[in-house]
Design a protein around this ligand. Structure first.
Ligand code: PMP
Length: 281
């Protein structure tokens, strides 16, 4: 398999990362996951824009233009003959003698590699269970940071409880999932946490909000509570790899009829139509 290392394609065996890479020591870096459908990068521009925004927020300069970066991602997918899968890309501040403050003269380190991945079609059909977990993360969740301890501890706790995802909440307020955004539907209106510093503004979230506009589903970007979540008619989560994923049970309590709801289904269909369109163009 080919890996992208800065602007070079190399074999995995050739990859050499310093013991003092700041991503490794401090989680001092950012990442993106871009979905590949039929050899095409889905919503690539949006992911690339967010990658550059995250880099700017942590004051790392990406040494390529967005166009060059896009081409590198595309070549990586092609060279590895990925039809359906994803590209993982991360950028760290680089390697330097361990110190907390930024080194003045070190080059950022970029790594990207793809993997094959099927769509989770069965789970999208049946829906999944989720668990409420206190959101103990920092206050810059808008940055797609490599620091994911808060996220992985929550995901692990959910998994150990037999759940697919953790629904994070700060006090009573639901923010997002450990690796997804969260949505509730009540009386035909879709509610989701506003894109503030408390959540990652998912690319899938943006696609979904656009689809709601197309379908005439009213959207309220308003935070809702745990109690309100349990009283929603329908509930679902979204991410690059899970698309529109129905949540049919939270903390053992059934949501609505305990099966994926009607509007959730409509959004799944619209999402599918949208990705087919994108793939063809
Ligand atoms: N929130 C968090 C914390 C995430 O890790 C992710 C997935 N990367 C998302 C939301 C969903 O974002 P996207 O739709 O861009 O995958």
């Amino acid at each position: 398999d080919w890996i992208l290392h800065n602007d070079e394609f190399i074999r995995e065996e050739e990859l050499n990362i310093s013991k003092e890479d700041r991503g490794y020591q401090f989680g001092d870096g950012i990442y993106e996951v871009i979905r590949v459908y039929e050899g095409n990068l889905f919503t690539a521009e949006e992911h690339i824009d967010r990658f550059y925004e995250s880099a700017e927020k942590i004051k790392v300069i990406i040494p390529y233009t967005k166009d060059v970066f896009h081409k590198l991602m595309y070549d990586l997918v092609e060279m590895n003959e990925i039809e359906n899968g994803q590209v993982y890309v991360q950028l760290t501040r680089g390697a330097y003698t361990r110190q907390h403050q930024f080194p003045s003269d070190t080059a950022p380190v970029l790594i990207a590699y793809p993997k094959k991945l099927e769509r989770p079609l069965e789970l999208m059909e049946t829906g999944v269970h989720a668990k409420f977990i206190e959101d103990i993360r920092w206050l810059r969740c808008d940055i797609k940071s490599l620091n994911l301890l808060g996220n992985i501890l929550a995901k692990q706790e959910a998994y150990e409880a037999g759940c697919f995802e953790a629904i994070l909440h700060r006090g009573e307020v639901v923010t997002e999932g450990s690796s997804s955004n969260m949505y509730g539907l009540k009386n035909g209106v879709l509610y989701t946490h506003p894109a503030s510093n408390l959540i990652l503004n998912g690319i899938t979230r943006r696609v979904i909000l656009n689809l709601c506009a197309d379908l005439g589903i009213e959207v309220q970007e308003l935070a809702f509570t745990k109690t309100q979540a349990l009283e929603m008619d329908e509930f679902f989560m979204s991410s690059t790899t899970t698309e529109v994923m129905p949540i049919v049970q939270i903390d053992g309590q059934q949501i609505g009829e305990g099966v994926p709801g009607e509007l959730t289904r409509k959004l799944q269909e619209a999402f599918e139509a949208n990705l087919k369109l994108t793939v063809k163009s």
